[in-house]
Design a binder for this molecule. Structure first.
Ligand SMILES: CC/C=C\C/C=C\CCCC/C=C/C(=O)SCCNC(=O)CCNC(=O)[C@H](O)C(C)(C)COP(=O)(O)OP(=O)(O)OC[C@H]1O[C@@H](n2cnc3c(N)ncnc32)[C@H](O)[C@@H]1OP(=O)(O)O
Length: 295
């Protein structure tokens, strides 16, 4: 097992220039580092060309601007390095990813809010449009943006007793069209409409029933099962596999590519609404209360 070491990712607060290009040192092992501690751990198996990306931003792997930027840069590097497969998983116990960091959207700096949204678009374009075979090893809860990351992948394996879904409406916000399209591609129009309007969080077992996830295995088998499934993808002639994936996804990818700035504007205008801010504030308060009750 070789590890990719990517050093020197500097995420600047200064906008709009977010980061300098990370310098990659090819060694026996290379690790992707981010400024916010080691919040993204990427190992590449040099024999198979399969990368394992572990999200590690405690407590819940929420996606803030810096974290999204790290993920985006890592995906770009893996693609450039011609990695063949990617297993996306979490290093935080019981949480795959809690979705977008709500603090980015609550009482936001409007300039940063837009850069934040572009960075999420970047991650989506890179992950959904990846040439790599991608498998989500969902070893924890996966609401909203976490579900988006999982549904961007080609295949999903999940551990029991967690939840997954696009719960945006429960926060008083709306999943944009490319979240919808991604989910539609996995579970179809009717189930997506049902899921989005009600903001349903599915249990692992329910997710399997509606085929939101492909396979359920015990917690300690999630990554081994992903590695096993990856072998099947890698047996397929590379170009045929990549072109088939492209055939299925290109229109959806192009739709966002063509509308990126309109989408940023729609997000910004929506997020700054008083009613939306009120809903986000109440939701944050509810999360805080729940968290304090546990302590
Ligand atoms: C017209 C339309 C045009 C454009 C679009 C418009 C709108 C925008 C759409 C945006 C799409 C949004 C996508 C999203 O991803 S929104 C985020 C949704 N996420 C959630 O609802 C998850 C909330 N969290 C949870 O349910 C639980 O935390 C979770 C993940 C099940 C874990 O539970 P547990 O282990 O018990 O941990 P705690 O709840 O105690 O949480 C610990 C700690 O983390 C804080 N926290 C949790 N989630 C988030 C988050 N997403 N962002 C920020 N902070 C989070 C929580 O408050 C606790 O903090 P504390 O300081 O109190 O310890």
């Amino acid at each position: 097992m070789a590890t990719l070491w990517t050093r020197g990712i500097q995420v600047c607060r200064a906008l709009p220039r977010l980061c300098t290009a990370p310098s990659v040192q090819r060694r026996t092992s290379v690790r992707l580092m981010s400024t916010e501690k080691d919040n993204l751990l990427v190992d590449v198996d040099s024999k198979t060309g399969v990368a394992t990306m572990q999200m590690n931003r405690p407590p819940v792997n929420s996606l803030n601007l810096e974290f999204l930027t790290s993920i985006s840069i890592a995906l770009e590097k893996l693609e450039n390095e011609k990695c063949r497969g990617l297993i996306l998983t979490s290093d935080v116990p019981k949480i795959f990813c809690a979705g977008l960091d709500i603090l980015e959207m609550y009482q936001p700096d409007v300039e940063r809010l837009q850069v934040f949204w572009r960075s999420l678009q970047d991650v989506w374009l890179r992950l959904y449009g990846s040439k790599m075979a991608t498998i989500a090893a969902i070893n924890g809860h996966s609401p909203a943006g976490g579900c988006l990351l999982a549904t961007c992948c080609d295949y999903r394996i999940m551990a029991p007793n967690y939840t997954i879904g696009l719960n945006e409406t429960q926060l008083g916000i709306v999943a944009p069209f490319w979240f919808r399209d991604t989910m539609c591609g996995v579970i179809g129009h009717r189930e997506t409409e049902h899921a989005l309007t009600l903001g349903i969080m599915y249990s692992t077992e329910e997710a399997l029933n509606i085929k939101l996830v492909d396979k359920v295995v015990p917690q300690d088998k999630v990554i081994p099962a992903a590695q096993e499934k990856m072998k099947q993808y890698l047996k397929i002639p590379e170009v045929a596999r990549q072109l088939s994936k492209d055939l299925m996804r290109r229109e959806t990818v192009e739709k966002l590519r063509l509308r990126r700035e309109d989408d940023v504007a729609a997000f910004k205008n929506f997020a700054v609404r008083e009613s939306v801010q009120k809903s986000l504030g109440m939701y944050l308060e509810m999360l805080k209360k729940k968290s304090q009750q546990k302590k």
